[in-house]
Design a protein. Structure first.
Length: 527
């Protein structure tokens, strides 16, 4: 059985930490850096028990067979292989799962396109400065996503990555599309509404599946960090560098806490803070969305190109929400019926991508009772999708305790969010996860532990001043926790990601990586 729903709506169903993409931003000025004074604490997360140590030895030093990749959109020169890891790192008799791994060496005339060595000994290999492990955002992106930007901006490094558990070709998490689309952007505050949410989530969580089946319960950041360590050891790389973006920063943080002694440089962009309680998670996210809105309103006040130039933008926004509540808006927002929450989501998505002109035009149309989404009306805007689809957003619940406990909790979260964001009211990006995680298994042990690092080098945190998906406040808290082991670089811009688009931030990152890898010889790269 197939249901006619929008693919875009499914992508927005849980919104995703990286839903706002990597825009160019509305302003790029000098990036400022700061180093906190407090020292980092002890290693984070559960210690390696006997089962984990035995598994580390059992899966150590694998010989990865490199060959051509099957992905059509992958960069030329990237080769692929498979890495076997235990599903449950704590059990020595655990079942195993194969993970997709990627490698893109620096210019190497001594190798053929599929990664095998040639017999021409006259061709000398270009020496890389080091190896960067790319940890993708999402959750949902494949490991090679971001390779192009890294090669463009840090060309002297070999690149490696893997598809994280439950994603891509690493046992993808498959869920029923119908239930995913029913996850509300804001948890219900009524008893009947919350009862309906719990019923939907029971079905969703029972029907989501992986192969092997046990993998579904081991998709957390600690497990991903241990997988990365297996990759490092299998490639015989003594020291690596980390680049994590958005949700990928969580695995990078856990790797630093467990295996940081093997890390030279670590660049974390759009930083997650695992120590945030649920209410702090939704309120800081709401405050971040409010700050982006304020920048937008200021822009409309000064730019004649704004469709709401010199108008009360907040009043127009509230009128658009009223139109949605009254049922006056035709069509849908990518398959979701228009509601107060979808109007907010429309604004957040547009502003998060720094599309201020589009946001102003769309708000004006919504306030006038028109649908601004081109494919939002009629059957032309809908596509046939399978009943079961890859859906990675539930992976967040394996590392964050975000489930709202009941309607009173939901009401309290909403009141706190509205206090932090008096105009936009809340973040649909954060709120959707507090709905989605209802009925989920408990997060992995140690998931709320603060970030620590065992690396001898500080970590560079890259933030935008106005980021609705990963607010600067999250990176501020991580920087305070890491103390002298953190360098926080902030760029004055709107959007999620795009640090390398700022000349100042880009140069700071290049210089930092060069310092962290100074004196690196062949022992610091793949043998």
């Amino acid at each position: 059985m197939h249901r006619s729903i929008s693919l875009a709506a499914l992508a927005l169903a849980g919104v995703g930490i990286t839903a706002c993409g990597s825009p160019a931003g509305t302003s790029m000025q000098t990036a400022s850096s700061s180093t906190s004074g407090q020292a980092s604490g002890p290693a984070s997360g559960p210690a390696l028990g006997n089962g984990q140590r035995e598994n580390a030895e059992r899966f150590d030093r694998q010989k990865i067979r490199w060959g051509a990749c099957e992905e059509e959109d992958i960069n030329d020169g990237v080769v692929c292989g498979r890495l076997t890891v235990p599903v449950d790192w704590s059990k020595k008799d655990s079942r195993t799962v194969g993970l997709q791994v990627y490698r893109w060496d620096t210019a190497d005339p001594a190798k053929t396109k599929d990664g095998t060595k040639t017999k021409d000994k006259t061709k000398a290999k270009a020496k890389a400065r080091g190896t960067i492990v790319n940890i993708p955002p999402g959750p949902g992106d494949s490991g090679f996503m971001g390779f192009g930007e890294l090669r463009k901006n840090l060309p002297d490094y070999d690149l490696i990555a893997l598809d994280p558990r439950g994603i891509g070709r690493s046992g993808p998490l498959l869920c029923p599309a119908e239930n995913a689309l029913k996850v509300p952007l804001v948890p219900p505050t009524t008893k009947s509404g919350f009862t309906a949410l719990k019923a939907n989530q029971r079905t969703l969580w029972s029907k989501c599946r992986t192969q092997p089946a046990e993998l579904k319960d081991h998709l957390d950041a600690f497990s991903n960090a241990k997988d990365l360590e297996t990759l490092r050891r299998s490639l015989n790389i003594q020291k690596i560098n980390l680049y994590g973006f958005s949700y990928g920063t969580l695995t990078a943080e856990r790797y630093l806490g467990l295996f940081g002694e093997h890390v030279n440089g670590s660049l974390l962009e759009g930083v997650m803070n695992p120590a945030l309680p649920r209410r702090d998670f939704v309120t800081t996210a709401a405050a971040g969305s409010q700050a982006v809105y304020q920048r937008f309103a200021q822009w409309c006040g000064t730019e004649s190109g704004c469709a709401l130039h010199r108008q009360d933008v907040a009043s127009v926004f509230r009128k658009a929400q009223q139109q949605a509540r009254s049922g006056a808006l035709p069509g849908t927002f990518h398959g979701r019926p228009w509601s107060e929450a979808t109007v907010t989501q429309y604004l957040e998505t547009s502003l998060g991508n720094a599309q201020f002109a589009e946001a102003a035009k769309g708000l004006k149309e919504l306030a006038e009772g028109r649908n601004p989404v081109p494919d939002g009306e009629g059957p032309g805007g809908e596509e046939e999708v399978p009943e079961e689809v890859p859906y990675a957003d539930p992976i967040v619940c394996s590392s964050f305790d975000l489930a709202v406990k009941g309607p009173k909790d939901a009401e309290g979260d909403l009141a706190a969010a509205r206090k932090a964001a008096p105009v936009v009211g809340y973040s649909t990006n954060a709120g959707a996860y507090t709905s989605l995680c209802v009925g989920s298994p408990a997060p992995a042990p140690g998931s709320a532990d603060p970030v620590t690092s065992r690396s001898a080098h500080p970590t560079m945190l890259l933030s935008n001043s106005h980021d609705p998906a990963t607010p600067k406040a999250w990176a501020d808290a991580v920087a305070r926790r890491l103390g002298t082991k953190a360098i926080h670089t902030v760029t004055d811009r709107v959007g999620h990601g795009g640090a390398f688009g700022s000349p100042a931030a880009r140069q700071k990152a290049i210089d930092y990586m060069a310092r962290a890898n100074t004196g690196l010889t062949a022992e610091g790269r793949q043998g």
